[in-house]
Design a protein around this ligand. Structure first.
Ligand SMILES: [Ca+2]
Ligand SMILES: [Ca+2]
Ligand SMILES: [Ca+2]
Length: 592
């Protein structure tokens, strides 16, 4: 059986069984195998290659959990009394427009995640990104500015529940593991369910390091794999550090906060965080060694925090070190910038050669699917399908919100429309926990964005229309090589309508997908004739078929806030389509 068709049938089955309340649909009728027939006719000439990328990780769809806020599976590791006077558990903030955030630990852990992998997998995700796992300080931070409703980087009174304040990069923080469920056990549990583990890593900084009421334990300190203190900020501002005479200062940059216009952003410009010295080889050895350890324990890919706050020269050394032992290891970085030309350098040779989170697409998606309801045309400038600044736009991690910005402010229909785009357009979909029900929509970091989800959230989400629609389209992508890694050819992106092809043709696998999107309030009729290849097209969503003869159009109605995906499992032969694919293929990637 054709592998693509086998996957499609499996996906339809999975999608219908995963959607509670959705009546089972009949499987599509068996189709003749076009490839075999053509070979029988003696047309066995190897087909040309058409693909967006061959990067294996581009097949994945990623669910992002802030582990402490997902599910508390083990109260035994909550450490509710930790910190004493400088407590770390359950520190609510005053209400922010009616919703309180919390800057303490709330108990989520590896066990809570491991027990709900079927929930994540059932939606159609194939990978889980988890926040940093390394040991963070055991008190709340007494320096810095108090968090405000819409503010970020205000760490006064905050605990390291988020994981981004590492002090021992070789050790799992005590809030996360349980007996029999350490990091390697979590990774094994995920791999047993065909889920990949994306580990969030930080190399730019350790914990908050100065401005404290007193020199708090662990803050500003770094410990090696044997628990030995190897760096200590000693509650001094960076300008007061003396690396020439104090070996414990040598991990850190000594430049204080400066105006971005005057100085380098790579130095002490990020709150009171200890800023690692990118030029100290011991820093590179320490970090590369730690992160290699977590790969050996099961991490499949990295999301790199604050990648822009260290120079490309550091990342080039770091990624080479990682990939020397793990060739092709996939990484995507966070450069919080909406200008594609400003973030694309990370992807290029001579730099870290990592993928990046697609911030320009995030900005466009927010305008198109949020309250503003801009038209689909707003997405075009973010796509960069040919001649763009990225090494390859098909390898970008695409998303519409996360933990460092207000969640998407959209109606249920807006979330459904956003997912219909996210799982059919170019790039690797990344969805932040709770988005499957519009959890805390529109809420900023300190006003609900990172609130606890829990088994209550998981139960409530499954009744959401967003959940059902997400599950359907995610399973379609999971079974479609064209939607995962195929070239994208736009036909129409305007107002409430979008139509485009995705085409994947490589190593004997070939599929043409036609995607039709409608984010309007009324059904839309599509009549597609441009670049249309004749053949027997099958809907990946409802199994309906369209037999298109040469010169005919394909017609379909797409419901309000709906999606339709027609698949043609055949090599591209229609001359206009082939010409367009050759152009797209030639322009998609920057020369290496
Ligand atoms: Ca717990
Ligand atoms: Ca700790
Ligand atoms: Ca830095």
């Amino acid at each position: 059986m054709h592998p693509t068709r086998t996957l499609l049938a499996a996906a339809l089955l999975a999608a219908t069984t995963a959607c509670a309340g959705t009546p089972a649909r009949p499987a599509p009728p068996a189709q003749p195998n076009v490839q075999v027939e053509e070979q029988a006719k003696g047309q066995a000439t190897p087909a040309a290659d058409y693909y967006g990328t061959l990067e294996p990780f581009a097949r994945e769809a990623v669910y992002f959990v802030m582990t402490d806020r997902f599910v508390n599976g083990d109260p035994g590791n909550d450490h509710r009394d930790q910190g004493g006077k400088y407590r770390t558990f359950d520190i609510p903030l005053p209400p922010c427009n009616g919703v309180s955030g919390n800057i303490g630990y709330l108990g989520g852990d590896f066990k809570g995640l491991a027990e709900h992998l079927d929930y994540i997998r059932g939606m159609g995700f194939t990978a889980v990104w988890i926040t940093p796992i390394v040991d963070n300080p055991d008190q709340h931070f007494t320096g810095g500015q108090a968090p405000t409703c819409g503010g970020i980087l205000a760490d006064h009174g905050k605990a390291g529940y988020h994981g981004y304040w590492g002090v021992d990069f070789y050790k799992v923080d005590e809030h996360l593991p349980s007996p029999g469920m350490d990091f390697k056990d979590l990774a094994a549990a995920m791999h047993a369910k065909d889920l990949k583990l994306v580990l969030d890593i930080v190399a730019n900084h350790g914990s908050p390091a100065w401005g404290m009421a007193f020199d708090q334990p662990k803050f500003g300190k770094v410990y090696d794999r044997n628990g030995r203190l190897i760096a200590d900020h000693q509650n001094l501002p960076p300008q007061k550090l003396d690396p020439a005479h104090n070996p414990l200062h040598r991990f850190y940059n000594t430049r204080g906060p400066v105006d971005g216009a005057q100085g380098s952003i790579f130095d002490g410009n990020l709150a009171q965080l200890s800023d690692f010295n990118e030029n100290n080889p011991e820093v590179l050895d320490y970090l590369a060694g730690a992160y290699a350890q977590w790969i050996e324990q099961g991490a499949d890919a990295f999301r790199i925090d604050t990648i822009a706050w260290m120079p490309d020269s550091f990342w080039q050394k770091f990624t080479r070190r990682i990939r020397a032992r793990h060739p092709g290891f996939f990484m995507f970085g966070e450069d919080f910038n909406y200008d594609a030309n400003a973030i694309a350098h990370h992807t290029l040779p001579g730099h870290g050669q990592t993928s990046v989170l697609d911030f320009p697409m995030k900005q466009a998606m927010e305008e198109v699917f949020g309250r503003q309801q801009a038209g689909f045309e707003r997405l075009i400038p973010a796509l960069h399908l040919t001649g763009g600044p990225y090494a390859n736009p098909y390898e970008l991690a695409i998303f519409y919100d996360n933990h460092d910005m207000p969640r998407l402010d959209a109606s249920d229909a807006g979330f459904i429309d956003a997912h219909n785009w996210l799982f059919t357009a170019r790039g690797i979909p990344v969805v932040y926990y709770g988005s499957e029900m519009g959890f805390m929509r529109g809420r900023p970091e300190h006003g609900g964005n990172r609130n606890y989800f829990g088994v209550e959230g998981i139960r409530a989400a499954q009744a959401s229309p967003i959940f059902a629609a997400l599950t359907r389209i995610a399973h379609v992508r999971k079974a479609s090589p064209a939607l995962q890694r195929g070239l994208q050819l736009d036909l129409e992106l305007a107002g409430t309508r979008a139509a485009f092809y995705r085409v994947y043709q490589h190593a004997g696998q070939h599929q043409i997908a036609l995607v039709l999107l409608n984010k309007g309030e009324a059904p839309e009729r599509f009549r597609i004739d441009r670049l249309l290849q004749p053949g027997h097209w099958v809907s990946a969503l409802d199994g309906s078929t369209r037999d298109v003869a040469a010169g005919e159009a394909l017609e379909a109605e797409v419901p309000a806030h709906g999606v339709q995906v027609f698949l043609l499992d055949a090599p591209a032969t229609q001359p206009d389509l082939v010409a367009a694919l050759q152009t797209a293929m030639a322009g998609a990637r920057r020369a290496r």
